[in-house]
Design a protein around this ligand. Structure first.
Ligand SMILES: Cc1ncc(COP(=O)(O)O)c(C=O)c1O
Length: 435
């Protein structure tokens, strides 16, 4: 423990020691990348919608306090260390709960399965559990292949579903070629282009997989009717429709599901699979889910009830946390709050875009999920760093580097929004000197 500190878990190392250990034992190229940014954003103390960095960006500079508008893609939807969730987890541990045994039945998996079935778009009533989003995506693609007896999978150019097996196969070539991973039948089409989907889909395709709002792909808003038309095409060709709401689900758009009224109020599409991760954990206990219609269960588990297992997926403790989170985030008052805060945040971003119209090409989003696109690709990274310096953590999109993705925790209030907008405006204003 560092001298003068009474926290056994945060600040045990100086920033210098930490970086040295990271370089030596974890990932030296990652350290080099962060050094090239000239900022070491290492989370130290964290609470609510903010965290403090472990130390100042440079020696003798004070720690930074950042609004976490990355939210780690929705992991921190309820902020850091949400008191209700933390207390519940402590109680569950004190009450003797643990991971449970994945081979046996579990009361908490049963309860979470029931809760999800009640909240899902109608007819999605079964759930298989995992630990990470990628694992749950792999499950959905595996089950689609088993059900259809086909190999093909259509995903969106720039979409992102994780770095595990089948999830990786859906992604852009730059992430999978180095691993010699190009399974047959995996193809990509431009997102939102129904003509391209029509051309690609056939009786060889097992599934279409899409994020409702591609996050890594640039917070793209599909034209109204796109998802309904994809649904029709899937029905026509006997193809499973997998919707990834790892980032856009759980109330992020101001509706509980983006695919079911969150993207367009009157467009309510029911996929065959709905995949969740990140925010299911409330930032304290990892869990992911792959929910699907019951006809899928009949073929996948017909010959072997143990055809798919995950030792730590759907742990009892994770299910307890997820059940509580679902109760909080599905409350109409909570969703209305997100909607109101989203309106405030969106209109503030539009104003910023208007004031910086020589730099910003477009602002787009729903609820508390927003993208800010710059004319020049380099400005994605420059804007990210400049806004971080003003105290707001966000990032440019990995597959669309000209666009910032900004996702405040869903518990922000109007005062927070005002302050966040002021800081974003200042960060972007400072870029004008560079132009
Ligand atoms: C939309 C989406 N799906 C799936 C994943 C994969 O989740 P994980 O990193 O937990 O495997 C991510 C991760 O960023 C994501 O953004």
């Amino acid at each position: 423990m560092k001298e003068g500190s009474n926290n056994r878990f945060i600040g045990t190392l100086s920033q210098k020691e930490l970086i040295k250990l990271y370089e030596k034992h974890v990932n030296a190229p990652k350290v080099r990348t962060f050094k090239s940014f000239g900022l070491a954003v290492i989370p130290g103390e964290r609470k609510g919608i903010k965290f403090k960095t472990l130390a100042g960006p440079r020696p003798n500079e004070p720690q930074m306090e950042l609004f976490n508008c990355r939210s780690s893609g929705g992991v921190f939807n309820l902020g850091h260390s949400n008191p209700a969730i933390v207390q519940l987890l402590k109680d569950a541990l004190d009450g003797g709960l643990d991971l449970g045994d994945h081979m046996l039945l579990s009361e908490w998996r049963a309860l979470l399965g029931k809760k999800l079935a009640e909240l899902m778009p109608p007819g999605i009533t079964k759930t298989t559990f995992g630990v990470s989003g990628g694992e749950a995506i792999d499950t959905a693609i595996k089950f689609s292949r088993a059900h259809t007896k086909r190999e093909g999978c259509i995903s969106a150019v720039g979409g992102y579903h994780g770095h595990t097996g089948f999830a990786l196969a859906t992604g852009n070539p730059e992430f999978k070629d180095i691993f010699l991973w190009n399974p047959p039948g995996f193809i990509q089409v431009p997102f939102g282009d129904i003509g391209a989907m029509k051309k690609a889909i056939s009786e060889k395709i097992a599934c279409v997989i899409l994020e409702t709002i591609p996050a890594t792909g640039g917070v793209i808003i599909a034209p109204e009717g796109y998802f309904s038309q994809v649904r029709d095409l899937c029905d026509k060709h006997g193809v499973m429709m997998i919707i990834d709401e790892v980032q856009a689900g759980l109330g992020r758009t101001g509706k509980f599901w983006a695919i079911y009224g969150g993207l367009y109020e009157t467009e309510k599409v029911i996929p065959d699979f709905m995949v969740l991760g990140k925010g299911m954990s409330s930032g304290v206990y990892p869990i992911s889910t792959c929910s699907y219609k019951p006809f899928i269960e009949k073929t996948v588990f017909k010959q072997d009830a143990f055809i798919h297992i995950s030792t730590t997926g759907g742990s009892d403790l994770g299910c307890v946390v997820a059940c509580e989170m679902l109760d909080i985030q599905s409350d109409p008052k909570f969703l209305n709050h997100v909607k109101e805060m989203g309106k405030l945040f969106g209109s503030g971003l539009f104003e910023i875009a208007e004031m910086n119209s020589s730099l910003i090409k477009e602002v787009r989003g729903r609820g508390l999920m927003w993208g800010v696109e710059f004319y020049k690709e380099t400005f994605g990274q420059l804007a990210m760093l400049s806004i971080i310096k003003e105290g707001v953590l966000q990032n440019y999109c990995g597959n669309k580097k000209d666009t910032l993705i900004i996702m405040p925790p869903l518990i922000v209030n109007d005062e927070d929004i005002k302050e966040i907008l002021e800081r974003i405006a200042k960060g972007i204003h400072n870029l004008k000197k560079l132009k």
